[in-house]
Design a protein around this ligand. Structure first.
Ligand SMILES: *Cc1c(COP(=O)(O)O)cnc(C)c1O
Length: 299
């Protein structure tokens, strides 16, 4: 790979006081440190996609996302690092650019705004054909990096998880990261997915087609902790993030990882896990998204 990480991810234990009567261990796998501009799971989802382009002399990648998309930001940055051109198809019009879209532009990404209705058809033959015409030879990566190469990349995350952990907790957007993890972890290790949107439990079925037969019963996706819906947050969530940062010195992102940590804490306190459970929570990054709440976060 032409691009080197800033730092190797590491496992950070969580203070025992609140959980020691409930489970044996809780720790966080800090994928957020892997690269300042391509953070967390995006590094792993994009890696083999970028490599594929390099190996096949493809000079442009095209992908999709909303105005706050961690995936688009990471795609722009990683393409730039690899010397590739990038195109971002953006859901909706942003006359005033978000910090995320500005970041994409600063990293050389060409943006194409697409109306919400049209964006829904982004995976249709017709739309893909149109993009192929407008950007000849471009390699098209689905929204969220949800393709085979993305899932292969996230399998590498499982390689960083020492044996002994009984449960792995992870945020779920497309479920690409969860699928890679569930497929690569040993049978018996349970994967708890936390969907940050209303009604996200539908992902249980959607993700299932990516999961190998013998692993289909090893994961479950919960949608109880959406805090109003995707991209939404409450004061309670921001307070939790500030407290967690103060106590653990770990910054969480408001869209994904904060909702996962809140959910897992609730489950542990409710006695959902056995007393000998050793839980590893994956910090999938996404901290660039916190810029939109400004000074409400103390980190
Ligand atoms: C993109 C993202 C996710 C969702 O990952 P999927 O592989 O699409 O499920 C989770 N957490 C963070 C921080 C993200 O940026």
């Amino acid at each position: 790979m032409v691009i080197t990480p800033d730092r190797q991810p590491y496992i950070q234990p969580i203070s025992r006081e609140w959980y020691q009567s409930k489970v044996a261990e809780i720790a966080v796998l800090r994928l957020d440190v892997v690269h300042k501009d391509v953070s967390g799971n995006k590094w792993y989802k994009l890696r083999y996609n970028i490599q594929h382009c390099i190996d096949n002399n493809i000079d442009t990648i095209l992908s999709f996302g909303g105005g706050y998309s961690n995936h688009l930001a990471a795609t722009a940055a990683m393409a730039k690092l690899a010397g590739l051109k990038s195109v971002g198809v953006v859901r909706g019009n942003y006359p005033q650019l978000t910090t995320t879209l500005q970041f994409c532009i600063d990293n050389g990404m060409q943006l194409r705004a697409v109306a919400h209705e049209e964006y829904k058809r982004k995976n249709s033959e017709e739309m893909l054909g149109r993009f192929a015409e407008q950007f000849p030879g471009a390699f098209i990566i689905p929204e969220g990096g949800a393709n085979h190469l993305g899932r292969e990349g996230t399998k590498d995350i499982a390689g960083m998880i020492p044996s002994g952990y009984t449960h792995v907790a992870v945020s779920v957007g497309t479920g690409t990261t969860l699928a890679g993890l569930a497929n690569a972890l040993p049978i018996g290790t349970k994967v708890a997915g936390f969907a940050p949107m209303k009604g996200g439990a539908y992902l249980n079925e959607e993700v299932s087609e990516w999961i190998e037969d013998d692993k289909k019963s090893s994961y479950h996706i919960y949608d109880n902790w959406h805090f109003g819906g995707f991209g939404k947050h409450t004061d309670e969530l921001l307070h939790f993030m500030n407290d967690f940062h103060k106590e653990e010195n770990i910054p969480l992102d408001k869209v994904y990882t904060a909702k996962m940590m809140f959910g897992i804490r609730q489950q542990v306190l409710d006695g959902v896990y056995p007393a000998d459970a050793r839980i590893l929570c994956i910090h999938t990054g996404g901290l660039q998204g916190n810029k939109s709440v400004g000074t409400q976060l103390g980190f």
